[in-house]
Ligand binder design. Sequence first.
Ligand code: ATP
Ligand code: MG
Length: 227
Amino acid sequence: MYQLKGVTKQYRRGKEAVDALAGVDLVIGDGDRLVIQGPTGGGKSTLLQMLGGLDRPTSGTVELDGVDLASLPEARLTKVRAESIGFVFQSFNLIPTLSARENVETALVPLGMRAADRRERAAEALASVGLGERRSHLPAELSGGQQQRVAIARALVKRPKVLLADEPTGNLDESMRDEIMELLEGLWKEHGLTFVMVTHDSAIARKAPRLATIERGQIKVTERAER
Ligand SMILES: Nc1ncnc2c1ncn2[C@@H]1O[C@H](COP(=O)(O)OP(=O)(O)OP(=O)(O)O)[C@@H](O)[C@H]1O
Ligand SMILES: [Mg+2]
């Protein structure tokens, strides 16, 4: 479970200061799915970075299962990221010179797993996103939707408890968008993940049981009955 209290993030650009997060309080339960919307520059990606321990807040606490990521020493934070948190971004961020399987395997390297086990787990993860046959393709040999599937397999291969997705369908056309959303939703249910997703897609937001809107660094959460 996540518990955020009074989280602020101030970026400095020369003399100018930007309050990307201006005091965010938020609880996200285990297995919850939270959709985040809001205008560009509102602080959505910044919040996701705090949840993922990719960056630290200027003030406030970001507890994940009672451990404050904001004050955790760097080595322990790296370990939490490697073991417990999967990321999917708008740009797929695959390594162009590695095959689909090798890209997925990169997530297992920090866990100190044997090469043979890594291979097997990566192949399994690719099969679970429907890409079992495309294991040895390079990213350039895959469509956008397929590249995002590889990125999703890479995020989930370590069996994290949390999946964070920042506009995962932002670079895809409509049909691929629906496919990827269905896949993510299926994986969320299947694995009991805590799933936080930023999206500009209002059709997705309308269906979300829990919707957060971030504007000028401030968050508002709307709860709705599950549909
Ligand atoms: N590394 C940085 N240095 C300086 N300012 C930053 C940095 N990252 C973000 N900002 C600023 O913080 C604010 C929030 O940015 P953020 O990326 O979180 O917005 P966002 O809601 O994700 O927007 P978008 O929908 O465009 O992705 C913006 O004003 C942005 O310019
Ligand atoms: Mg963003």
